[in-house]
Design a protein around this ligand. Structure first.
Ligand code: ADP
Length: 521
């Protein structure tokens, strides 16, 4: 037994310096106890041995620290569970862009940097968000820093660029700085929020080609009630930016995406239609919108279809735009002969329309004129007639659905498409009649007594009465020619009036109608 203590001593002496925090005391105790069983003797030895007691002391501290650390972690997790609330917003969710925009709006001026440049590109484009992270140029960062409550700890920004080309040729780029992937903090109504914007490197949104992202908002559970007003505020902000405007959505894969910037609403008065036409359709839509309960009580799908037909350039699309504007609706525009559109996608899209939106299916005849559409490069459109009918009938949902369809070739439509339930109201928009042409003329050139009018260079200055008289003349000509089978579309009249002064237009009209119509187009 005499050799044992020295072994233990040696072992202990060797181990002491390394045994700091993590080493468990168990094997050492086992060695000590297993070595002899002469308890009191060993206890004395251990107690008397300075190395051993130092080691034991250190081990004790180690164990205590480990336990403390565990407890802290557990405590933190527990606290996190009990005291913090998190809200997750995936990039698929509608409130995702609203929230990002809201965050960036918290630093109004610095978030948008304008860069007038003389680039010659002609189309406005919007580039996907590019990340400005740690290498953010100092200029950008300092613009952001200190001016926004969000920015206090935001070093990861992303830029969303809007590029605009003005009519005079100059161009402008606006860089909107939004919080980039990373962690940010902001204060809202006195409470601190943490925002984590995380990008999934594996999951991609295949249709937009952007990585899947999530925003996670964390705050104290006592502030959980602030989530709702915060999101409402973000939503109102997003809506304010489209107020008085019409958003046009187009199909992007299997979802609807705003196409370009929201446009200014088209005034109903700017579309010159047959007397009473606009009111008739608008009243019908309003009537439908007020009858949700009526439909629900009868178990009828809450939807209504409109078909506008007539020659090209008669104002079908323009009227639908104006109607959407007057009802504060947006438009989901879909062309059935679009590439890559399949029956399934169509069905899916029609079931996923953003709220307060009309669906506008343009040139419905072209997509299913019995023969399969084949474009020059051999591409075949793949929406079938039965696919369209299925999509129109869809799974009955209680959500409202208003579909407008337009066609230039009413006669080509299959009767199955226009039966009630699919098309509940059909209206013809024809070529110009005299009265319409007259109204359009007066809209372009007319002015009231005492009103200012800007005259073009070289244009004959006319009195309001003279313009009215000429308008009447235009109307008479159009009617007379129509009786002879020579028609003119509203679009071509508009084209003529844009190009010419009043007198010129009148002369041009006579000339154009006396030779084939194409001269006007
Ligand atoms: P459609 O859809 O019937 O082919 P659009 O609505 O696209 O015709 O019209 C083409 C152009 O002609 C637009 O610029 C529009 O402003 C003009 N236009 C056509 N019809 C009218 C009309 N009735 N009143 C005023 N402008 C019209």
């Amino acid at each position: 037994p005499s050799s044992q203590p020295s072994e233990v001593q040696a072992a202990m002496a060797g181990h002491v310096p390394e045994t700091s925090m993590e080493t468990s005391p168990t094997p050492i105790q086992a060695t000590a106890v297993g070595a002899g069983g002469e308890g009191p003797f060993w206890q004395k030895m251990i107690a008397d041995n300075p190395y051993f007691s130092a080691g034991a002391g250190l081990m004790g501290i180690g164990v205590a620290l480990t336990a403390l650390r565990r407890a802290t972690t557990l405590g933190a997790t527990f606290a996190q569970r009990r005291m913090l609330v998190t809200l997750e917003i995936p990039s698929k969710d509608r409130s995702y862009p609203w929230f990002l925009e809201w965050m960036s709006s918290q630093s109004p001026k610095p978030a948008a940097i304008r860069d007038p440049s003389s680039s010659s590109s002609s189309t406005p484009t919007s580039s996907p968000a590019a990340t400005v992270s740690a290498e953010t140029p100092r200029g950008l960062r300092s613009l952001w820093k200190g001016k926004s409550p969000i920015s206090l700890r935001s070093h990861e920004l992303a830029v969303e660029t809007t590029y605009k080309q003005h009519e005079n040729g100059s161009s402008e780029a606006i860089f909107n700085l939004v919080p980039g992937p990373g962690t940010h903090y902001f204060r809202y109504r006195g409470a601190w929020f943490q925002v984590k914007r995380e990008r999934d490197s594996k999951l991609m949104d295949l249709h937009s080609g952007t990585p899947w992202e999530t925003l996670t908002l964390t705050t104290l559970s006592t502030s959980r009630h602030l989530f709702a007003p915060l999101l409402t505020e973000a939503r109102s902000l997003a809506e304010a930016s489209t107020e008085g405007k019409t958003v046009v959505y187009t199909a992007w894969g299997v979802e609807w995406r705003p196409f370009g910037k929201p446009r200014r609403r088209r005034e109903m008065g700017s579309v010159v239609l047959a007397e009473g036409f606009a009111e008739r359709v608008e009243n019908d839509v309003r009537g439908f919108l007020g009858r949700a309960k009526w439909y629900a009580e009868r178990g009828i799908p809450y939807r209504r279809g409109y078909l506008l037909h007539g020659p090209p350039g008669s104002g079908k699309t323009s009227f639908i735009q104006a109607l959407a504007g007057s009802l504060s609706y947006n438009i989901c525009l879909l062309n059935l002969s679009e590439r890559g559109l399949t029956d399934d996608k169509l069905n899916h899209l029609l079931g996923l329309v953003p709220e307060r939106s009309f669906i506008l299916l343009e040139d419905v005849d072209s997509a299913f004129s019995r023969r399969v559409q084949t474009s020059e490069d051999g591409y075949k459109s793949s929406v079938t007639f039965s696919g369209l009918l299925n999509a129109l009938d869809g799974v009955a949902s209680s959500e409202e659905r208003i579909i407008f369809m337009t066609t230039n070739h009413f006669e080509r439509l299959d009767p199955a498409l226009i039966r009630p339930g699919r098309v509940d109201m059909q209206e013809l928009l024809d070529d110009a009649v005299g009265e319409q042409a007259q109204r359009l003329f007066v809209k372009f050139y007319g002015y009231g007594p005492g009103e200012e009018r800007v005259w073009r260079e070289g244009e004959e200055v006319l009195s309001p009465e003279e313009v009215l008289a000429m308008g009447q003349e235009v109307g008479t000509i159009v009617d007379e020619e129509k009786a002879k089978g020579r028609v003119v579309s509203m679009a071509s009249l508009q084209g003529l009036f844009i190009r010419s002064g009043a007198r010129e237009a009148l002369d041009g009209l006579v000339l154009a109608l006396s030779i084939p119509l194409l001269a006007l187009l």
